[in-house]
Design a protein around this ligand. Structure first.
Ligand SMILES: CC(C)(COP(=O)(O)OP(=O)(O)OC[C@H]1O[C@@H](n2cnc3c(N)ncnc32)[C@H](O)[C@@H]1OP(=O)(O)O)[C@@H](O)C(=O)NCCC(=O)NCCS
Length: 188
């Protein structure tokens, strides 16, 4: 089991960004619904297809906050001055052939980018995944999302697959998808 009690007891965690901005990091809670909607409103239209889910639909956010299960999806939110400015999550299944793996997603408000925030969140989730005994972490990224590719590569992830035309965006355009992986343990 995820050490949820320990995680919650340890939250919110304070963090100082590279430019001195003070923020807090904690697991998402049900009451975050409206703040999350506001946060995703700040993500530029042209970046929306970088995100797997349709975050412009409030029902997507409702489905997240109404069904929180940190053992299945652990979403961390970052707050600055009462506003959510980043969201990162660790996804895993406890059964089936992928039970040794997790996947990570991250999105940061454009006003708070290039301050090391995504890197910090990926490191946090990687540490949790290691403690949980996961053997590997995946990130699925649109091939044209150079920002995300740069961040995950810098954290040690390497490209393991590419799927052509795997993403169909809101305007009906196709994009290739790359899969990056980080090994957390020695291979048996
Ligand atoms: C990708 C994203 C999460 C990066 O967030 P961030 O907090 O700015 O990332 P960091 O500050 O930790 O970046 C660390 C390093 O990654 C690399 N990087 C970050 N953005 C980059 C970009 N646009 N192009 C190339 N490299 C980039 C750089 O090496 C960067 O260091 P630098 O800022 O000193 O140059 C953010 O741009 C974002 O939310 N994008 C839209 C959503 C998305 O693409 N999510 C990924 C899908 S999983």
């Amino acid at each position: 089991m995820l050490r949820i009690e320990a995680l919650l007891a340890d939250s919110p965690k304070s963090l100082v960004l590279e430019d001195g901005t003070k923020v807090t990091v904690r697991p998402m809670v049900k009451q975050d619904r409206d703040k999350l909607a506001l946060f995703f409103n700040h993500i530029p239209e042209e970046e929306l297809y970088f995100l797997k889910d349709d975050v412009t639909d409030i029902r997507t956010i409702d489905s997240w906050v109404e069904t929180l299960n940190y053992g299945r999806v652990l979403p961390l939110v970052v707050e600055a001055n009462g506003r959510i400015i980043a969201d990162a999550s660790l996804h895993r299944r406890r059964e089936g052939w992928r039970r040794h793996l997790g996947s990570v997603r991250v999105v940061v408000d454009p006003d708070f980018r290039h301050k090391g925030l995504a890197s910090h969140l990926i490191d946090d989730l990687t540490a949790i995944a290691r403690k949980e005994g996961l053997e590997g972490l995946y990130a699925e990224i649109p091939a044209d999302d150079q920002g995300a590719i740069g961040v995950f590569r810098a954290r040690g992830f390497t490209q393991v697959a590419m799927f052509e035309r795997n993403i169909l965006d809101r305007t009906g355009k196709y994009h290739d998808l790359v899969v990056y992986r980080l090994e957390l343990t020695e291979r048996r």
